[in-house]
Design a binder for this molecule. Structure first.
Ligand code: BEZ
Length: 568
C-alpha cells in the first residue's frame, strides 16, 4: 500500500510514463553464489501480472550496488522499472550490507558481476538483461561488460545472458584515474566516501535516516574536514573513521601510474569491444565527467554511437535523477522490448551554461567545433594574440597553507559554479583576464591549458581554471584541472621550464557578450586534491612541508595559453 502511494508520487516527480501495474512481488535476499564460495544477496522485484505480458519473457534490469539494495534503490530502481514491465534484480556488492566477503572497492566488480550474470542465466524468470545505475553502480556495469569481453568463445559459457543495453550515469570505466586525479590524490572525494561507507556499516538498518540527519547537522562535513586537514594521509582513515581501512591504505600505497594492483579496476581497454547499446549521462561539474567522455569517444570511435546526455549537474545534484530514470527507461524499452519512438532523434543532448539551454547534437564535441587559443600575457591579460616579450609572473605556494578548492567537481556540498573572487584575491593565485567579449563565445568540448612554468622544486602541482567573469566582477568557475609534476615528468627544457598540457574538465558554456574570460593558475585545490608537500616523500607518509617558488611564462618562446573548443 505504502509502496504503491510512493510509486504514484514518484511517477509524478520523475515524470515517468504511466505504470503498467502497481502489483509488485518483492523477494528479498536471494542467494547468489560467487566462484570463490562467497554468497552475495539480491532482491527481486517482479510485476505480479507480468506487467501486461508473460513474466517469463520480461527483460531483467540488473543493478549492483555497494550502498544497500533496499531503501533508496528500491525506490529508484525496484518499483519504477518493475511497474513498467521489467524484472528487477538489485544486488549488494561483496562485503556490503549482508552480502558475504570483504569489500575491496572497484577491484572485485568484474568477477562478481560475471558470476551474477551466470546465476541470472539460470533463473527461469529472467529474460534479456539490461544494466543501470550511477557512479559506483555505473562503474560496476563497465566492469561486468569488461569481464564478459574476456569470456572464451568455446561454448563453455553458453547460456550466459549478454546485456542488451547499458545505461551508465556519472561513471567512468577506469576508477584508478579519478582516485589520482591529475596525478595527485582525490583526497576529499575518497576520504568522504570512506567515511560514508563506515557510517553505512555502523548505522544499519537506519542508515539513511541517520545519514540524512548527520548531513543536515553538518556533522559529516566537519568530521571529514577535520581529518583532511591533517597529515600524513596514511593516518586519515583513522582520523575519519576511528579505525584502519585496508582499501584506504591500498589506494595510497599503489600510487605508481602503472601499478598492476589497479588492473581489475581499469576497464577502458574493453570499452571499444562492448556491442550492447550504451546510454551515458554525465554532469558538467561531475567528478567523473572526463572518464565518462573518454568512454563515449571509445565507443564512438569503434563505430558504435552511444547516447549521451550532459546536464548542468554536480555528482550529488538530485536534479539528474529524473532525467536519468526517464532516459534509461526509454532506452531499455527501445533495445530490450523493441518499442520505437521513445528516444530523441539526435544521440547527444548537452546543457549549455551561460545560455542556460539544452542543445541536441549528432556528436560530442559537436561537428564544426574549432580549437581557439587564448594566450596569457604580461599585465595579467588574456588575449587571442600570441604574447610579446614579457617577464614571467611568480607566486609562492606554501603547503602549510594550501590553496583551497572552491566549487567545481566536488563530492558533496559546495560543488559546481561558485564565486571565485575570494580565491582569486589570494597571493598564491594568478589570474589572466580578457577584455569584455564583443559577442557570445560558445565553448562546447574539451578545454586544455598549455602552460610554460618553472618551479623551485621537482615535486609541484599546477592547477588551471577557466572562469566566466560577469559584468559585476563576479568570477564563476567553468572548468578546471590539476597536474602533478615530478622529476622527469615532464622532462624540463634547457632553461628548466616545464611545458605542461593540462586537460581541464570538458564543458559546454556560452560566455555572453560583455563577460570576460579568466584563467586562474595556482598550485593547489585542497582538500579536493591532496596538497603537494613538495618533499617528494611517499604519498601515504609525507609530512615534511616545503614551500615552492612558482613561475608562469608568457613570451614568444613560452606561449602559455588555454585552448577552447569554440562553436562556429
Ligand atoms: C559514488 O558511488 O557516488 C562514488 C563512488 C566513489 C567516489 C565517490 C562517489
Amino acid at each position: 500500500m505504502f509502496g504503491s502511494i510512493l510509486s504514484q508520487v514518484l511517477e509524478r516527480v520523475l515524470e515517468l510514463p504511466p505504470a503498467r501495474t502497481r502489483k509488485i512481488e518483492v523477494t528479498r535476499n536471494l542467494r547468489v553464489p560467487m566462484r570463490d564460495g562467497v554468497v552475495l544477496l539480491a532482491d527481486r522485484y517482479a510485476p505480479e501480472d507480468g506487467g501486461a505480458g508473460d513474466a517469463a519473457e520480461l527483460p531483467t534490469v540488473l543493478v549492483r550496488s555497494p550502498y544497500g539494495k533496499g531503501g533508496l534503490h528500491s525506490v529508484m530502481y525496484g518499483r519504477p522499472f518493475a511497474e513498467r514491465g521489467y524484472e528487477v534484480v538489485i544486488q549488494s556488492c561483496r562485503g556490503t550490507e549482508h552480502s558475504g566477503g570483504i569489500l575491496d572497492p572497484f577491484r572485485q566488480e568484474a568477477a562478481d558481476g560475471l558470476d551474477t550474470l551466470v546465476w541470472l542465466g539460470r533463473q527461469p524468470w529472467a529474460g534479456d538483461v539490461v544494466t543501470t545505475g550511477p557512479s559506483y553502480l555505473g562503474f560496476s556495469q563497465w566492469a561486468l561488460a569488461s569481464a564478459l569481453a574476456s569470456v572464451p568463445d568455446d561454448g563453455s559459457w553458453e547460456g550466459i545472458p549478454r546485456p542488451r543495453a547499458m545505461a551508465v550515469q556519472l561513471a567512468p570505466s577506469d576508477f584508478r584515474e579519478p582516485v589520482y586525479e591529475g596525478g595527485s590524490f582525490a583526497l576529499h572525494t575518497f576520504l568522504r566516501w570512506t567515511r560514508q561507507r563506515w557510517n553505512f556499516e555502523r548505522d544499519e538498518p537506519l542508515h539513511l535516516v541517520r545519514a540524512f540527519g548527520r548531513v543536515l547537522l553538518g556533522v559529516e562535513g566537519r568530521a571529514v574536514g577535520r581529518a583532511e586537514a591533517r597529515l600524513p594521509l596514511g593516518d586519515l582513515d583513522r582520523w575519519a573513521t576511528g579505525r584502519r581501512v585496508d582499501y584506504w591504505q591500498g589506494w595510497l600505497e599503489h600510487d605508481a601510474p602503472h601499478d598492476p594492483w589497479w588492473d581489475s579496476a581499469r576497464h577502458g581497454d574493453a570499452v571499444a569491444g562492448i556491442t550492447a547499446p550504451v546510454h551515458l549521462l554525465g554532469g558538467r561539474y561531475d567528478l567523473f565527467l572526463p572518464g565518462l567522455l573518454r568512454d563515449y569517444a571509445r565507443l564512438r570511435d569503434a563505430g558504435r554511437q552511444p547516447r549521451l546526455t550532459i546536464g548542468p549537474w554536480a555528482h550529488e545534484d538530485p536534479a539528474w535523477v529524473p532525467v536519468a530514470t526517464r532516459e534509461a527507461l526509454a532506452f531499455f524499452d527501445t533495445h530490450a522490448k523493441g518499442e520505437r519512438g521513445r528516444l530523441r532523434d539526435t544521440p547527444v543532448r548537452v546543457h549549455v551554461g551561460g545560455a542556460e539551454e539544452w542543445r541536441d547534437y549528432p556528436d560530442f564535441p559537436p561537428p564544426g567545433v574549432r580549437a581557439e587559443r587564448w594566450h596569457l600575457h604580461g599585465g595579467h591579460l588574456l588575449a587571442r594574440e600570441a604574447p610579446g616579450d614579457s617577464p614571467p609572473e611568480g607566486y609562492r605556494y606554501d603547503p602549510a597553507d594550501p590553496t583551497p578548492s572552491v566549487g567545481g567537481p566536488l563530492f558533496g556540498r559546495g560543488a559546481g559554479p561558485r564565486d571565485n573572487r575570494a580565491l582569486e584575491a589570494r597571493p598564491d593565485v594568478l589570474t589572466y583576464t580578457s577584455e569584455p567579449l564583443g559577442r557570445n563565445l560558445e565553448v562546447v568540448g574539451p578545454v586544455e591549458a598549455e602552460l610554460w612554468v618553472r618551479s623551485s622544486l621537482a615535486h609541484a602541482d599546477f592547477f588551471a581554471r577557466l572562469c566566466d567573469v560577469e559584468p559585476s566582477g563576479r568570477s564563476v568557475n567553468v572548468s578546471d584541472a590539476l597536474l602533478r609534476v615530478s622529476p622527469g615528468r615532464p622532462e624540463p627544457e634547457e632553461d628548466e621550464t616545464l611545458q605542461l598540457r593540462i586537460e581541464l574538465w570538458p564543458t559546454a558554456h556560452s560566455f555572453r557578450r560583455g563577460h570576460r574570460l579568466r584563467v586562474q593558475i595556482s598550485s593547489g585545490a585542497h582538500p579536493r586534491l591532496a596538497r603537494n608537500t613538495g618533499s617528494g616523500e611517499p604519498l601515504a607518509a609525507a609530512t615534511k612541508l616545503v614551500a615552492a617558488a612558482q613561475q608562469v611564462f608568457h613570451d614568444p618562446l613560452h606561449p602559455s595559453a588555454v585552448v577552447l573548443s569554440v562553436l562556429a
